[in-house]
Design a protein around this ligand. Sequence first.
Ligand code: AMP
Ligand code: GLY
Length: 423
Amino acid sequence: MKVLIVGSGGREHAIAVSVAKSSQVDKIYCAPGNAGIAFVAECVDIAAMEFEKLADFAEEKQIDLTIVGMDDPLVGGIVDVFEERGLRVFGPRKNAAIIEGSKAFSKDLMKKYHIPTAAYENFTDADAALKYLETAPMPIVLKADGLALGKGVLICNTLQEAKDGVKTLMLDKQFGDAGNEIVIEEFMTGPEVSVLCYCDGTHIKPMTSAQDHKRAKDGDEGLNTGGMGTFSPSPFYTDEVKKFCEEKVYQPTMDAMKAEGRDFVGILFVGLMLTKDGPKVLEYNARFGDPEAQVVLPRMKNDIIDVVNACIDGKLDEVDLQFEDNAAVCVVLASDGYPEHYEKGKVITGFENFDGKDGYYVFHAGTKKTEKGIVTNGGRVLGVTAKGTNLKEARANAYEATKLISFENKYMRHDIGKAIDEV
Ligand code: AMP
Ligand code: GLY
């Protein structure tokens, strides 16, 4: 069969590598893809938001299945366009992807269906938000309603910071229309866990857990980024936490979406905070996490095509989802200066060191093929993933493997997965 993947980051590279492992697949295309994805797929120069062009391409090439990796096209309704044209596609429709596209929607959903989350209020009026803050306890969290590249969340320690935050989001519109509405939310503390789940509209199957490191610098200092590294599984995600989430979060979310007439088919990413009062939902995303996919997918035993097909056909209950009994760590190699100012175009060497190295992966995020070779082309450049029998070993393997890749201005965090030493 022929598969088209939509997206261009490390997540889509991890999806492409998983798809390539399937004996059912003869040909993979990726739009627009990147220099690493080009090793396993034919990259097609169509942007992820060009839905009609993508659908034309899928028709022309007789693509059997399209997998959408990115949030923007899902929230924009790419799945509806493909379905209207009779094309088989994996991902939530627009009316379900709103669970990621609008934080106000997702908070109201959780409140209505009693899914544990931080206390909150939604505001469309800046004056009302400012008035509410006057009597609110600090610290407090402000969230732009819409998509903001993971950067629309402000943790404010003082009333002044919170007031400035309202101005930044709602009046100065730093994230554009994403800030037309904001969520003001109770500040919580505890370890964070990401659980990605396959969903068929009725059934939901959580994958193995993972944890992201969002801040740019060691010790969780510095600015928020798209993610500097991940590990899987999370030792904080005990059997007890898992059972709680299965009963109170995952299935109730599926049922809630169905009750609202928004059947969710695709990947539901549940971001959890394990507070002293129990697990609470921080956020939902409507797709694989990036870089969570880079540690979760390499550990999945099933043929991804079987699982995706079961989701589309409403037969996920028939799938026995299995993960290897090991661990994986992904260290992101970034351009120094990310997420602010950084240089691009630096030649990357050492890819050949990974040839034939079982259990090791170099997922490309921001790279480009040029006459000089493969060069850096973004803030997050590569994700180096290694497996190990346990997290400690996976972590040692991943850091050892980062030495095999060189480029000018290479930057990484040195404490990915270090929290596991404290468990
Ligand atoms: P989100 O995009 O909603 O997951 O938020 C991004 C990050 O902000 C999360 O991964 C948390 O580290 C932090 N965060 C979000 N909401 C809260 C909250 N209510 N309390 C504390 N931290 C939060
Ligand atoms: N790693 C966080 C995300 O994909 O949103």
